[in-house]
Design a protein around this ligand. Structure first.
Ligand SMILES: [Zn+2]
Length: 463
């Protein structure tokens, strides 16, 4: 490993320069006019990987933007690792808020600034440069390595399912590594092991056929706004628990070990609260803030609209009102099941005199990594070797649908090994990549390949 790590040190600046060249290509997947740029972006990556002079490199067309596939299968008998990343980027609006232009990457304060530097081009290059270090010093990576870099992550990975079905054999692997997330805190190597799912519905409450005079009719018919407010208010009890019948049926409780792990994280609750601007933390009784946002299901009314919203006073019994209600889900809740239970519950609790209709909007399944698999210990060790600190397990309160897609399609353990920082402005103006994270990320990836190559040998590898 010494020659590999020395190579990474010796080429530290060039690795940044090469990333800069790639970031210049405006691969915004959501803008139809940028489609040729997304294509050029895929070609640039493929050409760069071909330049290493080893491996099989292909650009895979899809019904939308192309993906890049690369493989280095030069380690017979060793495990195969599939690395996932994406080469498309978010739009740049509002452009005026960028200190330097999004596609003219600039280095300031030890950071590289530009659209896509961390989400996800820098993280793709972390792996590309680790591969390069092995190719240049040893001829090939020490494991069988596959790299899938899609071009549609920022538009919902619409063709990823089809792509994975079409190339099942190409993508076969023992483990999957996704590098597209942020660390728990600055310089803390973190493996994300859980993602929440989503169940989103819209509820419509109808009363009279049209808005009525509240003087002439008030007291005589039900008011849909009053009714919906009452319904929503009843969806939590005094302890902050969701009252929807059967809501917690499939919730896998946190184990004592998981709770201890979460409690041991250096979580600065005051700073976290300050970052929200809210006056206090609030939530389900009996759980810490991190437990509540990572590992407990929640229900929130995301918006409500109906009745008179104009200036001044207008006295009516509104005809109708609606609200959008979303639930964040944890293992083993199923979005379809929760949406059904929520719909039934809302119809059941409707007060007399109104009609209730519930439409389902969107669902996503939660994800929990099989952390008892030995590859998680291996990844922890690799990450810690590069950063010189213990690796923590963290979770993410949001949903990353493609992780489920990949985990389900491959049926293999999926490592969420991210090299971003929590405040790096992904998706916002002034996106940045910490250049020391980039450098140590490349070393982490190299250690990961090396550690996986020695899996199963007693006590792992320490050299
Ligand atoms: Zn991303």
């Amino acid at each position: 490993m010494k020659s590999v790590l020395d190579y990474i040190d010796a080429n530290r600046d060039r690795f940044v320069d090469e990333l800069v060249e790639w970031v210049r290509i405006p691969s915004v997947s959501s803008e139809p006019a940028r489609a040729p740029d997304v294509r050029a972006n895929a070609d640039h990556l493929a050409a760069h990987l071909r330049g290493l002079g080893a491996g099989r490199i292909e650009v895979w067309p899809t019904a939308g933007h192309p993906a890049v596939f690369a493989e280095w299968l030069r380690a017979p008998g060793k495990p195969t690792l599939l690395v996932y990343g994406h080469h498309d980027v978010q739009p740049v609006d509002p452009l005026g808020e960028w200190i330097t232009p999004p596609f003219e990457p600039a280095v300031r304060e030890g950071r590289l600034w530009g659209r896509g530097v961390v989400d996800d081009k820098g993280q793709v290059y972390v792996h590309a440069k680790a591969v390069e270090a092995f190719v240049r010093t040893a001829g090939a990576p020490p494991i069988n390595l596959k790299l899938l870099v899609e071009g549609e992550e920022e538009v919902g990975s619409v063709n990823l399912d089809a792509l994975m079905r079409e190339h099942t054999a190409d993508l076969a692997a023992d483990f999957v590594c996704v590098s597209d997330t942020a660390m728990f805190g600055r310089g803390i190597p973190s493996l994300c092991v859980g993602l929440r799912g989503l169940a989103y519905v819209e509820v419509f409450v109808d009363g009279p056929a049209f808005d009525l005079h509240s003087g002439s009719f008030g007291g005589g018919v039900a008011n849909p706004v009053n009714a919906l407010a009452k319904m929503i208010a009843s969806l939590h009890d005094a302890d902050g628990r969701v009252t929807v019948t059967g809501f917690y049926d499939d919730v896998r409780p946190l184990t004592a070990t998981e709770r201890a792990e979460i409690a041991s994280l250096p979580f600065d609750e005051k700073a976290w609260l300050a970052s929200t601007g809210a006056p206090a933390t609030v939530g389900e009784k009996g759980y810490s803030t991190l437990e509540r946002i990572w590992a407990r299901p929640t229900l929130d009314c995301c918006g409500i609209g109906g009745g008179f919203q104009g200036e001044g006073a207008k006295t009516i019994i509104p005809a109708r009102v609606s609200a959008k209600v979303s639930c964040r889900l944890v293992p083993d809740q199923d979005p379809d099941d929760v949406m059904r239970k929520l719909g039934e519950h809302l119809r059941r609790i409707a007060p007399p005199g109104v009609r209730v209709r519930v439409e389902t909007l969107h669902g996503a399944r939660p994800y929990l990594a099989p952390t008892d698999h030995p590859v998680y210990e291996v990844a922890k060790r690799a990450f810690s070797k590069a950063f010189g600190k213990p690796t923590v397990f963290m979770r993410e309160g949001g949903s990353i649908p493609f992780v489920r897609t990949i985990a389900d399609a491959t049926g293999k353990p999926c490592l969420l090994m991210g090299f971003g920082q929590p405040d790096e402005n992904a998706h916002a103006p002034n996106e940045w990549l910490d250049l020391s994270n980039y450098h140590l990320g490349i070393k982490s990836a190299a250690h990961l390949y090396d550690e996986i190559a020695h899996m199963g040998e007693s006590g792992g590898k320490s050299g």
